[in-house]
Write a protein that binds this ligand. Structure first.
Ligand SMILES: Cc1cc2nc3c(=O)[nH]c(=O)nc-3n(C[C@H](O)[C@H](O)[C@H](O)COP(=O)(O)OP(=O)(O)OC[C@H]3O[C@@H](n4cnc5c(N)ncnc54)[C@H](O)[C@@H]3O)c2cc1C
Length: 416
């Protein structure tokens, strides 16, 4: 082993960047491989709530909690629930000073974490194809060439003492540890974006935070972002292939014909109030199909020297626990702490991390699976307020993982 150890992380998402930051705070060398060319390569997506018992704990380990609280949006905790006819069922506003789970745009979170790293930590435009064992017991990272898929693959000898897969749902590190692959949950989200300019009634309809409305098997979720725009997720319980089912095509998940996609969505939400349908009518042309996938609840593996996983790579789950990014970051903080505690016993550090992470992930994944079923159930459509109250009551009964899992307010906001 090199002294001190060198850690190679695949993936510059919330998990990988948090890991890099906390390791660097402990003086441990780390390199992050990221397939995207830079932080501007893709639309950074919607907003994340950072929970006091998970994401905020990780941010504190990263020394970034104060800065997070400065740039996050406590008002994003507001929650509205509407009936499909537009009547208001719940209109909750965050109390002044409430910091249980303030929101931050994904792009802002990524920028916060990136800005805290030593220059050159992230190798952009570097796509890992696979990790292989060498005859001498070391590991080879095999890079897949430029992110656009052109050019020959490059075989690169990794000098790392520990390889961490933080590369999300389709992890290229996971096969070293487990044969598990993600499966479809039965629910697809279609993501749209509206702005106050395109929809002047946005604030009145959605408020400052999140809004949901549903009928059996169909729902609209709406979240305000820092720039005043909103992400809208039209959720359906459908067999896989929503777009293809309607004769629509996609390129990397983006619908090729947004007008046709809107027409299909408006048919699906025909019974909803005109102002709710306006969220579809007034959306911009970037419409994305997101089939929700999950790894098996309780996914785990036998130890393999020099390799582990964090975040979605380890425990991909639907967003119905509200814990995906939060737990990716908590995994990262836990792993970094263990590595820093015994830098010359990485096997021990990984074993202690996995012993903490496995049961937590199982608890959260079970909550996400249960939350998804509950959200789209006929019972919840018939009486969403009662189901919301039930979910909130479970908050008080949250168990070993505090608010983590499918029982916390974030989960209740999604599942209620
Ligand atoms: C609609 C929706 C809403 C959500 N809402 C919430 C929420 O409110 N709260 C919450 O906590 N979670 C939420 N989640 C879940 C959350 O987005 C994920 O759990 C979180 O992003 C996982 O972080 P990660 O770092 O493990 O992986 P990712 O964010 O997936 O990051 C992985 C990184 O690895 C890179 N990468 C992948 N493959 C390679 C490769 N081969 N080589 C190099 N780099 C690679 C990717 O480009 C990416 O940058 C939501 C998810 C969805 C779909």
């Amino acid at each position: 082993m090199t002294t001190p150890p060198h850690v190679l992380v695949t993936g510059a998402g919330p998990g990988g960047l948090t890991l890099a930051r906390v390791l660097q705070r402990h003086g441990i060398a780390v390199t992050v491989l990221e397939r995207e060319a830079d932080i501007t390569t893709r639309d950074q997506g919607g907003t994340l709530d950072m929970q006091r018992d998970s994401g905020q704990v990780a941010l504190a380990s990263a020394g970034l909690l104060e800065e997070f609280l400065r740039v996050s949006r406590p008002e994003g905790q507001d929650m509205r629930m509407l009936a499909p006819d537009g009547s208001v069922l719940i209109d909750e506003r965050a109390a002044p000073g409430e910091l249980f789970n303030p929101e931050i745009d994904r792009g802002d979170l990524r920028a916060l974490l990136l800005g805290s790293l030593a220059p050159g930590t992230v190798r952009w435009g570097t796509r890992l194809d696979r990790v292989e064992h060498r005859d001498d017991g070391g590991l080879d990272a095999v890079l897949a060439g430029p992110p656009d898929g052109t050019g020959p693959g490059t075989r690169e000898h990794v000098t790392a003492d520990l390889v961490v897969g933080a590369d999300g749902a389709r992890s290229r590190v996971r096969p070293l540890l487990s044969a598990a692959t993600p499966s479809y949950t039965g629910v697809t989200f279609v993501e749209l974006r509206v702005t106050p300019a395109s929809f002047p009634g946005l604030e009145a309809l959605v408020g400052r935070g999140g809004m949901t409305t549903r009928t059996a098997g169909r729902a609209l979720f709406c979240q305000r972002l820092g720039d005043g725009s909103a992400r809208v997720y039209a959720g359906f319980r459908r067999p896989p292939g929503w777009a293809a089912e309607h004769g629509l095509t996609t390129t990397a998940g983006v619908l090729d014909d947004p007008a046709a996609a809107r027409a299909v969505l408006l048919t699906a939400f025909a019974g909803f109030a005109p102002e709710l349908r306006e969220l579809v009518v007034r959306s911009d042309d970037r419409i994305v199909e997101r089939p929700l996938e999950m790894l098996p609840v309780g996914h785990r593996w036998d130890p393999v020297p020099g390799v582990t996983l964090i975040g979605d790579a380890a425990h991909l789950m639907s967003p119905f626990s509200g814990q995906g990014a939060n737990s990716a970051m908590l995994d990262a903080a836990d792993l970094a702490r263990e590595v820093a505690a015994t830098p010359h016993d990485l096997a021990g550090a990984v074993a202690r991390y996995e012993a903490t992470m496995f049961p937590r992930a199982e608890h959260n994944a079970a909550g996400a699976a249960q939350g998804l079923e509950r959200f789209f159930s006929a019972e919840a459509a018939a009486d969403p307020v009662a189901v919301f109250a039930e979910a909130m009551a479970e908050v008080g009964a949250a168990g070993a993982y505090g608010d983590a899992g499918g029982t916390g307010p974030a989960a209740a906001r999604r599942t209620g």
